[in-house]
Design a protein around this ligand. Structure first.
Ligand code: XMP
Length: 529
């Protein structure tokens, strides 16, 4: 919100969350601040936010459908440049007097775009180029004053513009990487057409966030539940940069973190950052809590409830704390639906509801990452000096290793899993690092997104030396994904799998067999419980 006041900003009218999110990310990649706003925002409200440019996102609906997302046509009269993609082009056409119809076949995937005449948006991109299409409807007649500036075989109006009124639109998706000149088109719009400056940089962001946190907190004290995860670690580093020792971190160690993690948290926050840190050793408390529990949901429930109990007990011991910082990030807000109702007030309310504050307990929330995407949070972490091992950490579930141990969690099983998991991580960290070195892309096609060991509740027979063994198997799970909603098992080279298997069996006591999970999500989930 405040970023919007401090920087020139691009409003993305969101006609379907996943489309809008991607556009806002692409704009921010170009160092221009961007935020999603509900598509039906009234023109005067949007004008009051003072956007330097407006982008209309795509969306899954048909513009003529009864409940199709709508927009206020007065937005086109604000004198602010507008760019529409896909549904955004269609609604622009309809609102300004053009029309939309069905194309014969629909068009999905890569398409060859041919340019026609001068275009400010396409500018110096090639005469013929590949773009990404995904539509059945398309603009049939452009509104008065618009010219058609590109077509494909299937779609006569693949791009249209009215340079005089600074209105531009494409049927294809420039925000998708498969549109080979999509970035250049966005650059044309932001920098040449709208005259924006790429000023939204990490240094500027840190400076602004530090000022905001100081203004909110004054000389109050802030408590933060540190989990060792990316978001809470970055919040800790940022809030500490702003208010120093007024921040107290509480690290609840439930004993089900991965090998080396509690030590890393201590080393970084006590050693390097010198943050006041309360390390709560709750390992035994959790061990007792989970004794005899085998049901996955019951494990999750007990671990989650206990976490807040321990945390608030500590907060009470510390005393005199008015604020609680947490690592809420932008997708949490968008996905919780808070955005749809608009405004900060509703956002905070929905988060209050998520935190089970006990009776009589209240903290004001400090959520400095609530408008950042995950990769921006990581960039911020690096800029604040957090180690890469923490910042580029793979996702790890709150209930920790408990939901990777099938059946009852016992100290023996936890010990085995921690050791086996450390081997999987070491080998696949190295595999990912080699791919990164080769491609320069952390999310290159074959890199593993999440990888870990799972311990099933069985034993099997093996032979080691001349001895029969009856020990536990370890399951290796490694997936490619971008958002955890869907995932595929990673097609790891056999030699990598062989090394993992060989190392686990020889280095981890109590294991005589290693298997690889070759199930995508769906139908499986990434975790086993
Ligand atoms: P599944 O197993 O549902 O997991 O495919 C999807 C992603 O979510 C992570 N996950 C969790 N993260 N608390 C979390 O913070 C949880 O209780 C939890 N359960 C699953 C999982 O690791 C994967 O990245």
């Amino acid at each position: 919100m405040a970023a919007r006041q401090a920087h020139q900003f691009v409003a993305v009218l969101d006609f379907g969350a996943q489309y809008g999110q991607l556009i806002a990310r692409r704009v921010r990649d170009l160092h221009v601040y961007s935020e999603l706003v509900p598509c039906d925002i009234p023109a005067d409200e949007l004008a009051a936010m003072n956007p330097a440019a407006i982008i209309l996102s795509g969306g899954p609906a048909s513009v003529y459908a009864e409940d199709a997302p709508d927009m206020d046509a007065h937005i086109f009269e604000l004198g602010i440049p507008v760019l529409g993609f896909c549904y955004g082009q269609q609604i622009m056409a309809v609102k300004l007097g053009g029309s939309v119809g069905h194309t014969e076949k629909g068009e999905y995937g890569p398409a060859q775009l041919g340019r026609a005449g001068h275009s400010r948006l396409l500018a110096d991109t090639p005469a013929v180029q590949t773009v990404w299409m995904s539509h059945r409807d398309a603009v049939k007649e452009v509104p008065a004053g618009f010219s058609i500036v590109a077509s494909t075989d299937v779609c006569p109006v693949a791009a249209m513009e009215c340079a005089e009124r600074n209105l531009y639109a494409t049927q294809f998706h420039p925000e998708v990487r498969h549109t080979e000149n999509g970035r250049a088109m966005l650059e044309n719009f932001l920098f040449r057409i709208c005259g924006l400056e790429p000023t939204w940089t990490m240094d500027g962001i840190i400076e602004q966030k530090v000022a905001e946190i100081r203004a909110q907190v004054g000389d109050g004290r802030v408590i933060l539940g540190l989990s060792g995860g990316v978001d809470s670690s970055v919040v800790a580093a940022l809030v500490h940069r702003a208010i120093g020792d007024q921040l107290i971190c509480v690290f609840v160690n439930h004993g089900m973190l991965r090998k080396g993690e509690p030590e890393l948290v201590e080393q970084v926050f006590c050693g390097e950052f010198d943050v006041p840190l309360v390390h709560v050793h709750a390992e035994e408390r959790y061990s007792a809590l989970l004794a005899g529990v085998t049901d996955p949901e019951e494990k999750r429930r007990r671990i989650g409830t206990e976490f807040w109990k321990v945390f608030f007990e500590e907060a009470e011991k510390i005393g005199g704390v008015e604020f609680m910082a947490q690592g809420t990030i932008y997708p949490d807000i968008i996905e919780s639906g808070a955005r749809k109702t608009g405004g900060k007030a509703s956002t905070i309310k929905s988060h209050h509801n998520l935190i089970p504050f006990p009776e009589g307990v209240h903290f004001d929330l400090v959520e400095p990452l609530d408008h950042f995407f995950k990769d921006e949070v990581r960039e911020l972490g690096v800029a604040l000096g957090l180690p890469e091992a923490m910042v580029y950490r793979q996702p790890f579930p709150g209930p920790g290793l408990a939901i990777r141990i099938i059946g009852e969690v016992t100290p023996e099983k936890l010990g085995i899993l921690k050791e086996a998991d450390a081997v999987v991580r070491e080998e696949l960290d190295a595999y990912n690092a080699a791919l990164f070195e080769e491609t320069g892309d952390r999310n290159s096609e074959h890199s593993c997104w999440q990888y870990f060991a799972v311990l099933p509740d069985i034993k099997s027979v093996g032979v080691m030396g001349d001895e029969r063994t009856y020990r536990r198997p370890v399951i290796v799970r490694a997936v490619e994904s971008s958002d955890a909603m869907t995932a595929d098992w990673a097609k790891l080279p056999y030699e990598v799998l062989a090394r993992i298997s060989g190392r686990i069996v020889s280095e981890v006591d109590g294991v005589n067999r290693v298997v690889y999970d070759i199930t995508p999500k769906p139908p499986a989930t990434i975790e086993w419980e």
